[in-house]
Each structure stands twice: as structure tokens, then as C-alpha cells.
Design a protein around this ligand. Structure first.
Ligand SMILES: Cc1ncc(COP(=O)(O)O)c(C=O)c1O
Length: 413
């Protein structure tokens, strides 16, 4: 049987209608049903091919259905998928060792998503703070424009009212300061603060890169004030920027680091890692997860790390990402009326537009067979698999060029 024959090809209209009737309408979905993926390519229910420059929002970093990850999942699912965390798990211990080696952390707690990994970080910080300076040392400072997840604690850490307002009352214990404003951070620090939590590159709010000097100064402030630095690398980690962690570009290390998204190549998994006294904070009974770190996800994650290493994907992210950003800047020079800024590190890239709605450009690109993301009406976000080639980047840039030219010709977009 041909590979394509075993793929279900549902009628898209039926899928749209059933979704509208039975699924909670929490997403503004685009009208495509993807049914198959391979490497950097996706195919929809009509058999159309797309080049994927979103990768499940930074999830499918080794490419769709990488044979080694598929094999690891198959093998593990035929052997043992899940045991309770009440028992030892060889793969979990091996994965923890591997991740600690890559991040400089001492211990890992496995969860199922980025939000859950951040919940663990918040719990560690609070317990650590209370032990250190008493019960009132429980406040965490986060940055405006951040995104840390959708659970009640992580949406409160997410300093963006649009995600919070419908869900008040929110948990207490969070303070917000403007990203990049060191003086504001200094003012917000007092004896009641146990941690500062930030993303080295704010992904959801438009690829805002925090400067090296700022991150280094934050690290120094944390050391001085004896508070923990929590680095949320859920989107920026796992080699996407050309280093395993984006914070490694700035030469800083967190006391707590969280990862998720690309960790298990599409199998849900998150991890909260900590070092020093932060790593020794949680004790039996303090925290847990039924699924966190289960065998299937661990097998997938170990295969992802093997593939990343053997195929040199971090190096490719740096090299091909550099090419992509350079070419986008050349495109910006050809479209000065529409491209305001190109920013990014490795393969975490944003293009800020003006006088053209980013969502319409995204829709044009989708029609042309290119999957990208629009953040609001101004920013296009590109997060391709780390296996992407310079030629594929050039293809996407040509499509973007055409989309902007079409917009000009039609006088609207
Ligand atoms: C930086 C960051 N933290 C946390 C999250 C939440 O992750 P999840 O959706 O897996 O809960 C995201 C998701 O986009 C993210 O980008």
C-alpha cells in the first residue's frame, strides 16, 4: 500500500462543521485540515503540499514524522507506554541526565506542557522564597509582553491583560515591570520577591529579543538580591536559536529553566529544571503529575535529542537562520513601505510590517502553500523545523515578496 493511501482524507467542510458544533471555540482556526507531514512539508485533505514555517509553533523541530522519532515511539508503544511515577523509570532518568548536561541544571521535573513546566517553576520559587525569608517571600516579577501559559497561575505570570481579564480573580503574588527597564526591575525588588521570571526572547508578543546586557544585569540583580532567575525557554529553547538555550547567547544561566514544545518532537512534554538550592526545594508529596515523564514521551524526547545531535540541527539553526534573516533584511530594503523591522535569532524570526495587515499576508502565504503565523496585525512569525535548508528559506522569501507585491498592486491587503 502506498504511504498516501493509508492517510485519511476527510471532507474539509464536514470537519469545519463538526468542529463548529462540538469543539469549544477557543481558536480562530485557518480553513485547512492537514493530514500528513514529512520533514518541512505538510499536506492537506485535498492533497495540496505546503512548506511549514511554523512547525506546530516551535514543536516539530526535527521535522514532521522524523523516522527515528517515529521508530522510537513505535518501539516504546509496543513495549511499555506508561507506568506511574510511583515507580522508577529508566528513560526518565536518562533524559533528565541528558537535559541537565545540555543546560547546566542539576535536576529535572517532567510535566506535559509549557504551562505545567512553568507552574512547577512558580511552586519551586515560592517554597524556596518562604524557606529563605519567611512566609511573605512569595512574589514573582515578570515582564510586560510576556507569555508563560494559560493555567491560572501562568496566565497571571503572563503580563498581558488580554489573556487575564475574563478570568479574574487571579492568584496573587505577581508583579509586572516593562521588559528591558532595569531601573523598574530594581524598584520592584524587595524582601518579598522570591524570583524574576522571563523569556530571553518573547515569542508570543512578537519575537522581542531581550538584549544581552539587560539579561546579564538581571542575572546580577538576582544574585545581589538573592532571588531566583527563572528562564522560560519553552519556545526559544531546544536549539531553535542556534544554542540549546537562547539565554546561552547572553552568557547567563538561570536558577530554573523550563522547556516544552520541541522537547518530545510533538508528543506532549514539558520540563522544569533547576540547579543549586532551587533543585533541592521540592520534596516527596510537594508536586506530581500522572503523565509527566511517562515512557512514551521520554522515548520520543531521547530520539529528538539524538537526531538534533547527529544531524547538527543547532548548527543548522544558526547557519540557515542567519541566511534567512539576511535575506529577509534584503527583502525589507525592497519593501521599505511595508517591512519595518526584521528581528530574530537562529530560526526564531519575526518580521514587523506596516501599512499591511499581517493576517492578510499570512492568508496569502497559506494560499501560496506557505505556513506562517501572524501575531496581531503587525507581525509575521517564522519558526520552521530546524532541518530547513537555505533554498527553502529562499522559496518562502519569494512567496513573501510576491504577497507584498500583490498587495501593492491590489492596493489593499
Ligand atoms: C514562552 C512560553 N511559555 C509557555 C508557553 C505555554 O506552553 P503550553 O502551550 O505548552 O502550555 C508558551 C506557549 O506558547 C510559550 O511560548
Amino acid at each position: 500500500m502506498m504511504e498516501a493511501d493509508i492517510v485519511r482524507r476527510p471532507d474539509p467542510t464536514e470537519v469545519f462543521d463538526r468542529d463548529a458544533a462540538y469543539v469549544m471555540q477557543t481558536y480562530s482556526r485557518l480553513p485547512v485540515v492537514f493530514v500528513r507531514g514529512k520533514g518541512t512539508r505538510l499536506w492537506d485533505s485535498e492533497g495540496r503540499e505546503y512548506i511549514d514555517f511554523l512547525a506546530g509553533i516551535s514543536v516539530c523541530s526535527v521535522g514532521h514524522c522524523h523516522p527515528e522519532v517515529v521508530e522510537a515511539i513505535q518501539r516504546q508503544s509496543e513495549t511499555l507506554m506508561h507506568v506511574s511515577n510511583l515507580f522508577y523509570n529508566e528513560l526518565q532518568s536518562r533524559l533528565a541526565e541528558r537535559l541537565c548536561g545540555l543546560t547546566g541544571m542539576d535536576r529535572a521535573f517532567f510535566a506535559n506542557s509549557g504551562a505545567e513546566a512553568n507552574e512547577c517553576a512558580i511552586k519551586i520559587a515560592r517554597k524556596w522564597g518562604k524557606r529563605r525569608r519567611g512566609p511573605s517571600c512569595c512574589n514573582i516579577i515578570t515582564l510586560e509582553g510576556s507569555f508563560h501559559g494559560r493555567t491560572l497561575a501562568t496566565v497571571t505570570a503572563t503580563a498581558q491583560p488580554k489573556y487575564q481579564t475574563p478570568f479574574t480573580p487571579l492568584p496573587t503574588g505577581f508583579r509586572y515591570v516593562a521588559a528591558g527597564d532595569l531601573a523598574a526591575l530594581d524598584r520592584a525588588l524587595d524582601e518579598s520577591v522570591c524570583a524574576i521570571m522571563l523569556e530571553p526572547i518573547q515569542g508570543e508578543s512578537g519575537i522581542n529579543i531581550l538584549r544581552d546586557e539587560y539579561l546579564q544585569a538581571v542575572r546580577a540583580l538576582c544574585d545581589e538580591a538573592e532571588v531566583l532567575l527563572i528562564l522560560d525557554e519553552v519556545q526559544s529553547g531546544m536549539g531553535r536559536t542556534g544554542r540549546f538555550l537562547a539565554s546561552q547567547h547572553s552568557g547567563i544561566s538561570g536558577d530554573i529553566v523550563t522547556l516544552a514544545k520541541a522537547l518530545a518532537g510533538g508528543v506532549p512534554m514539558g520540563v522544569c529544571m533547576a540547579k543549586g538550592s532551587a533543585a533541592e526545594t521540592l520534596e516527596p508529596g510537594d508536586h506530581g503529575s500522572t503523565f509527566g515523564g511517562q515512557l512514551l514521551a521520554c522515548a520520543a524526547a531521547i530520539a529528538v535529542l539524538d537526531v538534533m545531535e547527529r544531524e547538527g540541527l543547532m548548527e543548522n539553526a544558526a547557519r540557515t537562520g542567519g541566511h534567512f534573516i539576511d535575506e529577509l533584511k534584503k527583502l525589507a530594503a525592497r519593501h521599505p513601505k511595508h517591512i519595518q523591522e526584521v528581528r530574530g535569532k537562529g530560526l526564531m524570526v519575526g518580521v514587523e510590517l506596516m501599512d499591511v495587515d499581517a493576517r492578510n499576508v499570512r492568508d496569502r502565504l497559506l494560499k501560496a502553500g506557505v505556513v506562517v503565523n501572524a501575531i496581531g496585525d503587525r507581525i509575521l512569525r517564522f519558526l520552521p523545523p530546524l532541518t530547513v535548508t537555505p533554498e527553502e528559506c529562499d522559496t518562502v522569501i519569494r512567496s513573501l515578496d510576491e504577497a507584498l507585491n500583490d498587495h501593492n498592486q491590489e492596493g489593499k491587503a
